[in-house]
Structures are given as structure tokens and as C-alpha cells.
Design a protein around this ligand. Structure first.
Ligand code: EPS
Length: 365
């Protein structure tokens, strides 16, 4: 299943070391201005080789628009995007082509298909997320133009380090998407020591959407939070998803968790902007946990394809913390889900219009 979405359908294809990766975005309304250079900002935010804290592979990640755009505008036909792979080093994988990295999809892909492309992780590589980010450039632009919706994320935890302050303006100024500039030296020192040790670490990324109007989401099986959770969980290495207060709700009382309402707006947002699977007009908030990368140069016990016990050592250019590059990917999945839901809401409920009373997302607007 390489396609997701209902009215906005995104299909991705390609392997990490194949000639190219790509996607087809079907269902984008006509008339949206779109040029190839608009993709580079988000693609560069996600790319490898940008700091010593991520994989050193250097891809240009230049998008070719193959279809769906005429004279700078979307035409309503499928938009096909292509990125050629240019910096594959497949020999890094020759030693482990017949071994299963513990904690990696190597084994489960082998069990399912009986064959796998081991070069750079093949289809299970995080390289695939490039095309999600590319597809979401279209969704982010449409959401912004049509509804004023913005989708933003940040790294909120790296291993045991949590952010001790918050400023959106800090997020894009460091290689971690960290919201508190004063802690960046601590993160750099932590990552330098981790990289030297040959180990990896998990992380948490938070993502929010502002400006989403009340009413998006399709109960019961197309709930906004259900589809968000599925989309975020489909990102490589994600092991947990929370919406709003998420798992903290286990120890909250109802009087604490419910978001009180006033004519001026909601007084809190424990729900993450979604009630009954439908947006409330509040900020949509989610967070994801990414496991530590399983491609390690530290030896580990495993088996090979003939079932013999072997010790595996992974060489190659790996991320010691995939969470560091995950912020634009989480934003992408949220934006794609929101655009799909916006189109579906328009299809069924456009005639309903704004139902009074419509209160603000928060008391301060
Ligand atoms: C990845 C392994 C590395 C990363 C890759 C994700 O691949 P390689 O060994 O070919 O360098 O560089 O990430 C990307 C190339 C990318 O664009 O995100 C993995 O196993 O997921």
C-alpha cells in the first residue's frame, strides 16, 4: 500500500539506491500556482548532509514536475514529481545484504516478500520520506492560501534532554529544529559523544496546525485524529503518536482534561483541537516518538538468510538520531491529512456553512 488519502491521494515510489524516487499527487484542485523551485525549502530542511549530526549522504533533492502543471498552475490532473538519486554508495551494504540488522525492517520485509533490495534499506529507507515532504509542499501552500492554515513542528526531546524554553523563531536557526537556542550547545555535545560511541538515540517531535476551522474530520472511520495518527505512525521509526495531552490523560480528572468554553473562546486545549474526530477550531497538536536508528557500527547478534548465527556491523552513512530530520516529515503528514480532510469536508458539507455559535480557538484568539 503505497497510496494514502481519499480526495487528495498521494502515491510514492522508489528505493533509496534506485535511479529515482517519486510521487503522484492526485486530486489537487486546479489553479494553484506551482513551480519546481518551491519544493527546495522544505526538501533542504529534511535533507541529509546538512550537519555533522545527520547522515553524510549528499543528495541534491531537485524536483522535476512531470505532469499536472501547465504554465505555472496546477491543472487538476495528477501531479507527478521526480527526484533522481545521485549519491548512492551501495557497496556499504554488500556485507549485510544477506544479514538482518536487529531492530530493522530487513527481517520483516524478507519474511513478507521473500526478496528485498538491501541497498540503503531499499523501500524501507527514510529516503522515501523525501517524497512525502515534496507532496506536502503542495498541501501546505493550498491550506495556507485557501484557509490561512499553517503547519509547524519542532524537536521537543532528544534522548533524556527536554526543551527548557520555547521560541518559534529559534526552531529554524539550528540543525535540530530545537525551540530553545540556549540548549543547542548541550545537544551538539551530546550528539558528538553519541556519534563517537557508535550508538543511536530516540527523539520526540511535536507538530501543530494553526487556523484549521471547526468541522474537518469524518466520523467514524475517517476521524481526523485517527487519520493523523495513522499518517504519523507511517513515518519510518515512529513508535508512538499522541494527540493533544495524549497518554498524560491517563492520570487526569475529567474536570482537568475537559476544555472549558466561553463566548470568547476555549479556555484550554487538552484535546489537541479535535473532539469526536472533528476539528474544533483550536490548534491541532500531535507528537511522535521515533525510535533510535537500528543501523549501528556496534556489533550485534543476528542471523543471516541461511539461519546461521552471525555478528552484524553496519557501515555506511547513517543518522545517529532520525528524529533530528523528522520535523519536516511530521509537518508533511499533518498537512497532507488536513488537505484531504478539507476537500472531503467541502464535498459533503459545503452547503452547511458556518453554524453559530462559532467560538475562537482560544480566549486570546
Ligand atoms: C537510511 C540510510 C542512509 C541515509 C538515508 C536513510 O542511506 P545511505 O546508507 O544510502 O546513505 O542516508 O537517508 C537518505 C538518503 C535521505 O534522503 O533521507 C535508512 O536506512 O533509512
Amino acid at each position: 500500500m503505497n497510496t494514502f488519502g481519499q480526495l487528495l491521494r498521494v502515491t510514492t515510489f522508489g528505493e533509496s539506491h534506485g535511479p529515482a524516487i517519486g510521487c503522484v499527487v492526485d486530486g489537487c484542485p486546479p489553479g494553484l500556482a506551482l513551480a519546481a523551485d518551491e519544493f527546495s525549502h522544505d526538501l533542504q530542511r529534511r535533507a541529509t548532509g546538512k550537519s555533522r549530526h545527520t547522515s553524510a549522504r549528499r543528495e541534491t533533492d531537485e524536483v522535476e514536475i512531470l505532469s499536472g502543471v501547465y504554465e505555472g498552475q496546477t491543472t487538476g490532473t495528477p501531479i507527478a514529481l521526480l527526484i533522481r538519486n545521485t549519491d548512492q554508495r551501495s557497496k556499504d551494504y554488500s556485507n549485510i545484504a544477506a544479514q538482518f540488522r536487529p531492530g530493522h525492517a530487513d527481517y520483516s520485509y524478507w519474511q513478507k516478500y521473500g526478496i528485498r533490495d538491501p541497498r540503503g534499506g531499499g523501500r524501507s529507507s527514510a529516503r522515501e520520506t523525501t517524497m512525502r515532504v515534496a507532496a506536502a509542499v503542495i498541501a501546505k501552500k493550498w491550506l495556507q492560501q485557501r484557509f490561512g492554515v499553517t503547519v509547524r513542528g519542532y524537536l521537543s526531546q532528544l534522548g533524556g534532554i527536554t526543551h527548557q524554553g520555547f521560541d518559534w523563531s529559534a526552531v529554524e536557526d539550528n540543525p535540530f529544529f530545537w525551540p530553545h537556542a540556549a540548549q543547542v550547545p548541550e545537544l551538539e555535545a551530546y550528539m558528538d559523544a553519541l556519534r563517537k560511541s557508535g550508538d543511536s538515540i530516540g527523539a520526540r517531535v511535536n507538530v501543530v496546525a494553526d487556523g484549521v476551522p471547526a468541522g474537518w474530520g469524518e466520523p467514524i472511520y475517517g476521524k481526523l485524529d485517527g487519520e493523523l495518527a495513522a499518517a504519523l505512525m507511517s513515518i519510518n521509526a515512529v513508535k508512538g503518536v499522541e494527540i493533544g495531552d495524549g497518554f498524560a490523560a491517563v492520570s487526569q480528572k475529567g474536570s482537568e482534561h475537559r476544555d472549558l468554553m466561553s463566548p470568547q473562546g476555549f479556555l484550554s486545549n487538552h484535546a489537541g483541537g479535535i473532539l469526536g474526530g472533528i476539528s474544533t477550531g483550536q490548534q491541532i497538536s500531535a507528537s511522535i516518538v521515533l525510535k533510535p536508528t537500528s543501523s549501528l557500527r556496534l556489533p550485534g547478534a543476528t542471523v543471516d538468510t541461511s539461519g546461521s548465527a552471525v555478528e552484524v556491523v553496519t557501515t555506511g552513512r547513517h543518522d545517529p538520531c532520525v528524529g533530528i530530520r523528522a520535523t519536516p516529515i511530521a509537518e508533511a503528514m499533518m498537512a497532507l491529512v488536513l488537505m484531504d480532510q478539507a476537500l472531503r469536508h467541502r464535498a459533503q458539507c459545503a452547503d452547511v456553512g458556518e453554524v453559530p455559535p462559532r467560538i475562537a480557538g482560544s480566549v486570546d484568539g
